[in-house]
Design a protein around this ligand. Sequence first.
Ligand SMILES: Nc1ncnc2c1ncn2[C@@H]1O[C@H](COP(=O)(O)OP(=O)(O)OP(=O)(O)OP(=O)(O)OC[C@H]2O[C@@H](n3cnc4c(N)ncnc43)[C@H](O)[C@@H]2O)[C@@H](O)[C@H]1O
Length: 142
Amino acid sequence: MSVRAAGFIIYRKVFGCVEYLFMQASYAGKHWTPPKGHVDAGEDDLQTAIRETQEEAGLENETHYIIDMNFRRELQYMVKDRPKTVMYWLAELRAGLDDPVRLSEEHVAHRWLPLQEAVALQGFQEMTRLLQECERYIQDKE
Ligand SMILES: Nc1ncnc2c1ncn2[C@@H]1O[C@H](COP(=O)(O)OP(=O)(O)OP(=O)(O)OP(=O)(O)OC[C@H]2O[C@@H](n3cnc4c(N)ncnc43)[C@H](O)[C@@H]2O)[C@@H](O)[C@H]1O
């Protein structure tokens, strides 16, 4: 059976430059991902994304970021021989907030990074494609 998770690709704009939020897991390979987590029973994907982002990054929907409901993408990869599906929405940090992220014990560090640095840091092929798509989408919106 497939594992299901959901989260947000959260970006902020600093002097016109787009920067994406990545957080480093405190366990195992200490990999970097956007805020996301497993979908609990009775939750829909969007509820999960909002809950996990609050739990993992201390960011509240509306107060700290605005969700773009027009940009939703599904990532798929294998974890320990099981398929995992992660639903991501794009979300923008509210202007003027700088860095309100407050990490839980699940993560040891976070960074706001422009596209190329985010791509290099996280290193996953499907996430790279998704970030490139986000970048084009954000540019087209402006
Ligand atoms: N090894 C471990 N030791 C101790 N506690 C653990 C643990 N793994 C999970 N936990 C605990 O489980 C909970 C996780 O729950 P949640 O917080 O609810 O779920 P998650 O973000 O989806 O978890 P995870 O980190 O496992 O998933 P990811 O897909 O990023 O990562 C899963 C794998 O996929 C890889 N991966 C991540 N993104 C990928 C991508 N885009 N493409 C390919 N592989 C990717 C990662 O490198 C990683 O190997 C946490 O409380 C944590 O403490």
